[in-house]
Design a protein around this ligand. Structure first.
Ligand SMILES: [Zn+2]
Length: 173
């Protein structure tokens, strides 16, 4: 599968730890943009689906694009979403549309580099340090089951913390 939603797990955990200074939106946006490369080659029936943008150099370009284009695009989409909500719906479904530059930068950096790191463990066709070396020293640093479990547990913990904080905030506001 060219896209791995489990990669969102560590992002949810980071969001739970530093909610104000980390944009999960930009984290996810960056991950999705990087995987557009895999989708493209997958649709071409090309087995080497992880190329330039799955290395640290290519991912750095993606994270800059995410900050410059992804941040205003996501803010615009959230504003559209919020505008369609009724007063009652706003209590539960309102999304804070303002993404600070600091949280966008941190979210995009983590999104890009965690993606390359986790994919480097999973996929043999990645050259994370290209063009400097074609070696992938991270490949099978842990088993795929261990990797999935790590992503899953970090994601569940992040969601739990988020739910507890949201309910507390809405009850006491
Ligand atoms: Zn990927």
């Amino acid at each position: 599968m060219p896209i791995t939603p489990l990669h969102f797990g560590p992002g949810l955990a980071i969001k739970a730890i530093v909610p104000k200074n980390f944009s999960f939106t930009l984290f996810a946006f960056t991950q999705i943009v990087i995987d557009l490369e895999s989708v493209y080659f997958f649709l071409q029936d090309d087995l080497r689906t992880h190329r330039f943008f799955h290395g640290y150099v290519g991912a750095t370009i993606v994270l800059i694009v995410s900050i410059v284009i992804g941040k205003p695009l996501c803010q615009w989409l959230f504003n559209k979403w919020n505008g369609k909500l009724s007063k009652g719906q706003k209590k539960w479904l309102y999304i804070e549309s303002k993404i600070s530059m600091k949280s966008a930068i941190i979210g995009s950096i983590f999104g890009a580099y965690i993606h390359v790191f986790l994919d480097s463990i999973m996929h043999i066709d990645i050259k994370p340090f290209s063009p400097f070396t074609d070696t992938n020293m991270m490949y099978r640093l842990m088993t795929l089951n261990q990797l999935d479990l790590f992503c899953l547990i970090s994601g569940i913990l992040g969601v739990l913390v988020f739910i507890i904080c949201s309910v507390k905030k809405r009850i006491y506001q």
